[in-house]
Design a protein around this ligand. Structure first.
Ligand code: KG4
Ligand code: ZN
Length: 330
């Protein structure tokens, strides 16, 4: 079964061709990062325009690289939300037009389901599993008892982990997106700045606004006193505190729900500190982390999720499919 998938929820325009839910025949990603960098973050209106500029070229390139023609495609999968509404609509309209013109069934996919299914490109999923979702907009622990069954155990009460990384990076002048830079500098520093205890949130809840403000205050106070901060040490201390709470709660969830597999999803799954800790500390069950290419936004993950949604839920969407900036995963 051949799936053509489309992702345009934020600042990446991407189209992919997936064979039988696992084989990535093509995954074309046009990143807009350069365009948004000047503004220190994604500007929604600019993002929509860039998607419009890129979408048809990305479609053509994905078909060509996958050595496919429209008549080879069995299913179209497209991100329906959450995300920037203007950006989502560009991908959805392109997917609808393609599906309608070639009479192909279509499924709308939750962006986070896509991030979760990026793991199925690496290994078949084994249930029950615990998934740690860590992206620019989400931080949550998900229990999956079967394909396409998502149960949210807990989530952040305020900022998402990626958002905290980006804010910390911006405060110390590391540019956008800051997560990867903080990660790189953390490996050159020492853990010697005290950080707030993040394990106080009950159960599987998270909170990252406290630590974010703590770092901002440290930076501002140092500036006022004309002191220089050791940025690498600050990054190392921040990274240690946030990855520790993610690990702590993941390990508790694995034990409570007797999980047979642990997976990580979302852009922050690319974090080397987190990947190392997970591999060192979760050794009793299989652990899967997507390949770096499939951690940040891409259409391949949407195609894999689309395949599983279609074969397990046996539902498709009509031409009335609409984008939603906020939509629940469950
Ligand atoms: O999943 P994603 O591509 O977009 C959303 O769906 O939100 O995640 C983007 C987030 C950004 O906040 C970015 O800074 C963060 O992932 N990120 C990282 C790393 N690579 C990307 N954060 C920490 N360490 C990294 N290596
Ligand atoms: Zn994402």
């Amino acid at each position: 079964m051949i799936v053509l998938s489309v992702e345009s929820s934020c600042d990446e325009t991407s189209v992919s061709i997936i064979k039988n839910g696992t084989q990535v025949l093509s995954n074309v990603v046009f990143s807009q990062i350069d365009v948004h960098q000047a503004y220190g973050g994604v500007v929604p209106e600019i993002a929509s325009r860039e998607h419009v500029k890129g979408i048809t070229v990305v479609f053509e390139k994905a078909l060509k690289e996958g050595d496919m023609t429209p008549s080879d495609i069995d299913l179209v999968a497209v991100t329906k939300g959450p995300g920037l509404i203007g950006s989502l609509l560009v991908g959805i309209n392109a997917a609808k037009a393609f599906a309608f013109a070639h009479d192909i069934p279509m499924v709308g996919i939750h962006h986070i389901a896509g991030h979760i299914y990026a793991n199925a490109i690496e290994e078949p999923l084994v249930f029950p599993l615990i998934c740690l979702v860590v992206s620019g907009g989400h931080t949550e622990l998900i229990l999956m008892k079967d394909h396409y069954q998502f149960e949210k155990l807990g989530e952040t009460q305020d900022d998402a982990i990626g958002e905290a990384y980006d804010k910390v990076a911006r405060t110390v002048g590391l540019g956008y997106p800051g997560g990867p830079v903080v990660d790189r500098l953390a490996h050159q520093g020492r853990i010697n700045y005290p950080m707030p205890d993040l394990t106080k949130q009950p159960g599987y809840m998270f909170s990252f606004s406290g630590i974010k403000s703590h770092v901002i205050n440290l930076v501002h106070n140092a500036k006022q006193r004309n002191e220089t901060l050791r940025i690498e040490d600050l990054c190392a201390s921040f990274q240690e505190a946030v990855t520790e709470v993610l690990l702590d709660k993941s390990i508790k969830a694995i034990a409570e729900y007797k999980a047979k597999m642990f997976i990580i999803a979302g852009g922050v799954a690319a974090n080397k500190g987190l990947r190392k800790k997970v591999q060192e500390r979760i050794t009793d069950i299989p652990v899967t982390i997507p390949n770096f290419d499939y951690c940040t936004d891409n259409a391949a993950m949407i195609g894999v999720a689309g395949y599983y949604k279609y074969i397990t839920q046996k539902t498709t969407d009509t031409m009335a499919l609409n984008g939603k900036s906020r939509v629940r995963l469950e």
